[in-house]
Every structure is written in C-alpha cells, then in structure tokens.
Design a protein around this ligand. Structure first.
Ligand code: PLP
Length: 256
C-alpha cells in the first residue's frame, strides 16, 4: 500500500508552531505522508523570530530533486520563499508540470514583525498555483493597498487572481468581529467563508496550517472548494484544541 504523498517547500520554525513543522503535523493528521524541502531555517519560539537563515538555492534544488525523483507527489505547498533565486528554482519545477495541486501561502512577515519572505519572489510562483492563501497583510503587501474590510478582501481576491491562480483565498483571521471571514475567488465569483472566531492567544502557525490542510485534501483527491471548506474547519478545530495550552510565554501553537 502506498500512502498519499504531499510535499511542503517552506521554512523551519524551531518552536514548531509554524512553517515546515506545522505543515508536517497537518499532513500526518489528515492522512498524508509528508515530505519536506527546507528553504530557510529560523531560530524562533512563541515570542519572537530571533534569526533567519535562507538556504542556498542549490540546496533547495537538491532537496527538490531528491524528493521528486523518488516519490509520487500528489500535492505541493510553498510557504516561506526568502530569495528570488529560491523562487526561480521552485518555478522551474512548476513550469515543468512537476508540482501538481500547487498551494502557495505567500509568507512575508511573522506576526512578531520579522521579515521572512520576499513579495517579488513569491509573485513568480502565483501563475502556477491552484490556490493562493494570503492573509490580509500579505494581500495588502502584494497589491500595494490596505486590505481591511470583507469588501476589501473580496476585491483583493479578484485582483490577485489576475496573476493566474485558479483560486484565491484571502484569509481574515487577523481581523476583528464575531466571525473569522475569508474571501474565496474562483472563476465562478467570490464566496465569503465564515466561521465563529475562536477566542485564544494560541494562533501561531494558523496560516501555515490552513494552507497545509488544503494541500493534504487536494492530495487525497477532494475537489478544490471542498478542500478549502474542510481546511477552514480543521484550523478552527486545531485552535479550539489548543485553547487551554500554555506553551511558551508568547503566541502558542495550534493543537493538531
Ligand atoms: N516562521 C515560519 C518558518 C513560517 O513559515 C511562518 C508562516 O507564516 C511563520 C514563522 C509565521 O507564523 P505566524 O504568522 O503565525 O507568526
């Protein structure tokens, strides 16, 4: 029996709340065998990102080749991309059709403020994406205007779709209000996704987990919109399961 294989191309979070570690936990919880290509190593805990070390693009390329040469990868997620050269390495594989069901989470800045990814680098990948999942800040940075209200989010999702992705989900977890509202653009139009907001301080890695859950469900063969609806419910459940956790003294991780 061969398990379904998913791949994450992302940065390491030593505190294991976000990045590669969140992705692998999500893949495992959802029944996928997770493989990983590291793009960067961060020295990070629940309080802060202390340092960021981008890996040389050749090292990213070697990891990608090792995984793709041996595994039948069913879906791929890209998170932190810390340089244009790393983006070019990934894009070459995407262009060759080797990165199926590509989910791009345009990671730019940690909630603590530290820069992680480069907007111009991640933009190169957007044309190859099945789904892109920017949060409000990431959508604002990519578009050059402030995305705040649900109406803004719907407009931002449509504008970002011009880069060529089949689907855009602008996530609104950072916002305020009773519901966490996301705007999902597909060729059919924009649909707002709502779920009651979870009252918790433990939200570190929410975006990584959302995009990894979409990737896992796509890998397993579920339709696109179903995969996104499922991922939103999965993130909510992982937030609720971590509500009582006291891990570290900052923003704690989700419980998968
Ligand atoms: N560190 C890494 C390696 C990440 O990929 C991400 C993902 O967005 C973060 C940190 C940021 O996580 P958060 O926004 O929850 O602080």
């Amino acid at each position: 029996m061969t398990p379904t294989v998913a791949l994450t191309i992302a940065g390491s979070d030593s505190g294991a709340g976000a990045g590669i570690q969140a992705d692998l936990k999500t893949f495992a919880a959802l029944g996928c065998y997770g493989t990983s290509v590291l793009t960067a190593v961060t020295a990070q805990n629940t309080v802060e990102v202390r340092d960021v070390f981008a890996l040389p693009p050749t090292v990213v390329g070697l990891q990608l080749a090792a995984v793709l040469d041996d595994f039948q990868v069913a879906a791929v997620k890209v998170g932190m991309v810390a340089s244009g050269e790393i983006a070019a390495t990934i894009t070459a594989r995407a262009r060759a059709g080797e990165l199926p069901n590509l989910v791009v989470d345009p990671v730019l800045t940690a909630s603590s403020g530290r820069r992680l990814g480069i907007a111009s680098a991640i933009e190169r990948l957007l044309p190859y994406a099945t789904v892109i999942t920017p949060n409000q800040s990431e959508a604002s940075a990519l578009l050059g205007w402030q995305v705040s209200t649900p109406t803004d989010m719907a407009g931002a999702a449509s504008q970002l779709a011009a880069h060529g992705a089949k689907c855009v989900v602008v996530t609104g977890g950072e916002g305020v209000g009773e519901d966490a509202v996301d705007a999902m653009w597909t060729s059919k139009g924009v649909r707002m996704l709502k779920a009651p907001r979870v009252d918790t301080r433990n939200t570190h890695g929410t975006g990584c987990t959302y995009s990894a859950a979409i990737t896992a469900r796509l890998a397993l063969g579920y339709p696109l919109e179903d995969s996104i609806d499922f991922a939103k419910r999965y993130v909510r459940a992982a937030l609720i399961a971590a509500q009582g956790w006291r891990l570290g003294s900052g923003v704690g991780p989700l419980n998968h």
